[in-house]
Design a protein around this ligand. Structure first.
Ligand code: EZ4
Ligand code: CO
Length: 402
């Protein structure tokens, strides 16, 4: 079998997605997600101009060699644009391989290690009462794990909380908006939210929280410590992680489990975090983490240090990434939890898929390959629209996303 061609498909059914479709000389094809929120076209061009021409004529079963060819062969390694492009190729090739061998991708990764993939969803509200209600709704839907975010008194907008009622989407169309931030106000508020949640829902439901890289290590340590009696499943992205050593401070002070890594691209973003056991969950997923080939290796490394997976699963990761993550999640020994932020109906219609949610767990489905398709005709009705994540500033105007 040979790769005959590939094309980049861009659509915006509510938000932007970049998808790679790789064709073989035997008439089959595979799909890979190449979406990099707010920088979508850079990856699209990287693929079209620099990667696709190098793929033609290669054996699509050679997932390892093609990964190395694109990573080491390019000379310029790492970085979100490069790694998203490599991921898209890699995931598309695993899809082709599964279809050719007539088996779901999870069987190529070791087979099922569990009955289902524990999933957590997002609950958010303008204040504590609204968030408490939102958590209750998700528990009623069957979720066993819920991430809770609430607006902060004194701050106009809070990332992770919808501006208007209805479904929340992190990227906003047009140029980036700006949010004002106060770590002081935030730190006073979050423990009150989790106290209310435990009082209302008891101890069984898993509760999670995402700080979106807004804190310093000592602030994160304080938050982790104050949240200890509410026993969170994890505290996510408390601190930006370019300085991996910074997590030593967090770890020294709190037993709240720590998750980080949704923006990581390679194992070199997490080698200290993992080998020093500074984190409990690694958030890397296929689309930004080098595809299934790389994630499987990173997961094996993490397993040696008691670090479990917690794949990113926000709406800017397309259904192709969700499927790839689920095949991996169900197979690896050190799976922890999977983020699940359901896509809009328009997105689900463009990407018909086999995976589904039932009674707290996601299932990858039994279709050969990834079990996701792409409706090109429908996608053409939703052309690309520029959109960005908001920019965060302290109350005095200092840029503060770290
Ligand atoms: O900010 O996916 O855990 N989920 C998140 C997301 C991310 C977006 C960034 O593209 O933090 O909302
Ligand atoms: Co996050």
């Amino acid at each position: 079998m040979k790769i005959k061609g590939a094309k980049v498909l861009i659509c915006s059914p509510g938000r932007n997605f970049v998808t790679l479709k790789v064709y073989t000389d035997e008439g089959s094809y595979g799909l890979g997600d190449a979406t990099l929120n707010g920088r979508e076209l850079a990856v699209a061009n990287y693929l079209t101009d620099h990667v696709i021409p190098c793929l033609i004529g290669r054996d699509p079963f050679q997932t390892e060699d093609i990964w190395q060819y694109l990573y080491r062969g390019a000379y310029w390694r790492r970085g979100p644009v490069t790694m998203s492009a490599i991921s898209a190729v890699d995931v598309a090739l695993w899809d082709i391989k599964g279809k050719a061998l007539n088996t779901p991708v999870y069987n190529l990764l070791g087979g099922k290690s569990r009955q289902g993939v524990l999933a957590y969803c997002h609950a958010n509200g303008a204040d504590i009462n609204e968030t408490v209600d939102a958590v209750g709704k998700h528990i009623e839907e069957g979720y066993l794990a819920v991430r809770a975010q609430s607006g902060i008194p004194g701050l106009k907008n809070t990332y992770g909380v919808a501006k208007k009622k209805g479904s929340y989407e992190p990227a906003e169309r047009g140029l980036p908006s700006e949010h004002a931030w106060s770590s002081e106000k935030y730190l006073l508020h979050v423990p009150k939210l989790f106290e209310s949640l435990r009082v209302k829902y008891g101890d069984d439901v898993h509760l999670l929280h995402d700080a979106h890289h807004r804190l310093t290590p000592i602030q994160a340590a304080r938050l982790g410590k104050e949240l200890e009696s509410y026993h969170l499943f994890w505290l996510e992205d408390a601190v930006p992680a370019e300085l991996q050593e910074g997590f030593r401070i967090v770890r020294q002070h709190t037993t709240t489990p720590i998750a980080v890594g949704e923006i990581f691209n390679t194992v070199w973003d997490a080698n200290i975090l993992i080998s020093e056991q500074l984190i409990d969950y690694l958030r890397m997923t296929t689309v930004h983490g080098g595809g299934i080939t790389n994630l499987k290796k990173v997961a094996a490394f993490a397993d040696m240090y008691h670090v479990q997976s917690g794949c990113h699963g926000a709406t800017d990761l397309s259904p192709v990434t969700m499927a790839a993550a689920l095949h991996l999640d169900i197979a690896i020994p050190n799976f922890g939890i999977q983020e699940h932020m359901p896509h809009t109906k328009e997105t689900d219609d463009v990407f018909p898929h086999e995976y589904f949610f039932e009674k707290g767990y996601l299932q990858p489905g039994e279709k050969p390959g990834l079990g996701v398709d792409y409706n090109e005709k429908l996608a053409a009705k939703f052309p690309y629209q520029r959109a960005y994540l908001p920019v965060n500033r302290k109350l005095d105007g200092t840029l503060w996303n770290w």
